[in-house]
Design a protein around this ligand. Structure first.
Ligand code: GLN
Length: 456
């Protein structure tokens, strides 16, 4: 990535990024453009460079921030009506770390409201368009971030991944997208979706950039008790030898061009001397059902704080306290948010708790164990990211189950806490990006990024 130095100024880098953001306005990538503040920060970095002072590893690098990361620059809306007008008094730990190294946020990116979705069509601001084909979705929920990198507006963008929201849009737009090991990067200051699944990660154009960002953003944070002690920067990457493929994922539900590219890549790896191991992972077929029980259960709890009193929007209609809660939530949430609140309450309600939530929690343990067993037989697993490449805008909006099925191959990683990297590996015959997902055991993030270079 281009970093400011004596020959390229931060101001030039930021100005270029802002111009491109304006040029691609019709793609609806951003919910907010941070022009004034970004230019001010760029001038400060340039002045430091001119004085010969030390600058950070990301000096003057323009980046895009998914609009569910808290920082006082612009409103943090999570693309939801209910957060309109909310300016955060705090800054996310990950944002603080990036900015300390000199990265400059030029805009906040569009997402499915509260990150609920796989196409960025559930946004209060309207859908983002795919960077390669304007008629298609960019994937979701981090569709704006993926498009911002793929359109070359910024050098990198942040994302959140609860069930695929970094990996799927990365593959739909032809960029790299990493969901790290659960607990690798602090979740402090990020709008919570489902706390036991949420991960912070990045979109980049190269594995090298991903490595740099991970070395900056990872590490333990006293403000997030689930963060792991920093292992990323101490990782030893021994060379992988055995690559697993999951037998069950080679079926009719997966687009033929995705199955084809997966087979081609396996062949290439074999030619390079890797052993391809066929894996039976029979519990993975329950992962989607398990995810769509555990995730809404946690969503319903996390969304209960939006009551019209504390954050952002409040309904004008309301005449008393009860109505403030009801009307604000009714008008402020998107239909998909409400669907998840209802499912979450259902699976947690007495009478159904044992049959749904408890059973899903037990099945989750089996999925964790199945990955542990799989990684005794291979070093990494190579799978599709999702069953499809970028689909048409509007194609699945009225069919929630079809939309949920998009997450078939991504959610099990969040349930197991293991890292997954979406890698651009080619194009369909119509020129649409194709990606594959590389999965590793917990804490193998650095090795995954290193191995990604073998696949191009
Ligand atoms: N598409 C998945 C969902 O709708 C994942 C979303 C995410 O990772 N934030 O839940």
């Amino acid at each position: 990535m281009k970093i400011a130095n004596k020959t390229i100024t931060a101001t030039k880098l930021v100005k270029e990024a802002l111009e491109k953001a304006k040029k691609y306005e019709k793609y609806n990538v951003f919910t907010f453009i941070n022009e004034k503040e970004a230019l001010k920060k760029a001038a400060e970095i340039d002045a430091k460079i001119a004085r010969g002072e030390k600058v950070g590893r990301l000096a003057g690098v323009p980046y895009a921030l998914k609009d569910n990361f808290l920082s006082p620059e612009g409103q943090t809306t999570a693309s939801a009506h209910i957060l309109q007008g909310f300016t955060s008094p705090v800054t996310a730990t990950s944002v603080e770390k990036l900015e300390k190294e000199g990265a400059i946020m030029i805009g906040r990116t569009n997402l499915d409201a509260f990150a609920h979705g796989s196409s960025t069509e559930n946004s209060y601001f309207g859908p983002t368009h795919n960077a390669v084909d304007f008629e298609r979705v960019p994937g979701g929920s981090s569709g704006g971030s993926a498009a911002a990198v793929a359109l070359d507006i910024v050098e990198f963008a942040t994302g959140t991944d609860t069930g695929g929201s970094i990996r799927q849009p990365a593959s739909f737009n032809g960029v790299y997208g990493l969901k790290p090991t659960y607990g690798c990067i602090s979740r402090y200051g990020v709008v919570a979706m489902a706390s036991s699944l949420d991960c912070i990660g990045f979109f980049t154009k190269t594995p090298e950039d991903m490595d740099l960002l991970m070395s900056i953003a990872s590490g333990q944070d006293p403000k997030d008790m689930t963060t792991l002690p920093d292992y990323y920067n101490n990782s030893k990457t021994s060379k992988a030898k055995r690559i697993g493929v999951i037998k069950d994922f080679d079926n009719e539900a997966v687009a033929p061009e995705i199955r084809k590219v997966l087979k081609e890549k396996c062949k290439e790896l074999e030619e390079k001397g890797y052993e391809i191991v066929e894996l039976e992972m029979p519990t993975l077929k329950y992962a989607l059902a398990v995810y769509y029980i555990i995730q809404p259960a946690e969503v319903t709890s996390n969304l209960s704080r939006y009551d019209g009193i504390r954050y952002g929007f409040r309904s004008e209609k309301a005449k008393n306290l009860d109505d403030i809660y009801d009307d604000t939530r009714n008008e402020g949430f998107m239909p998909e948010n409400k669907r998840r609140i209802m499912i979450g309450n259902f699976v947690l309600s007495s009478g159904f708790y044992d049959a749904y939530f408890l059973k899903a929690a037990k099945a989750r343990t089996l999925i964790v164990k199945e990955y542990e067993e799989a990684f005794k037989k291979c070093d990494f697993i190579l799978t599709p990211v999702s069953p499809n490449y970028a689909f048409k805008l509007g194609e699945k909006v009225n069919d929630p189950v079809a939309m949920y099925l998009e997450d078939l191959m991504s959610v099990s990683l969040n349930l197991a806490g293991v890292p997954g990297l979406a890698i651009p590996v080619g194009k369909t015959k119509d020129g649409l990006p194709l990606g594959l997902q590389l999965v590793g055991p917990r804490r193998s993030d650095k090795a995954l990024i290193e191995f990604a270079k073998e696949l191009n």
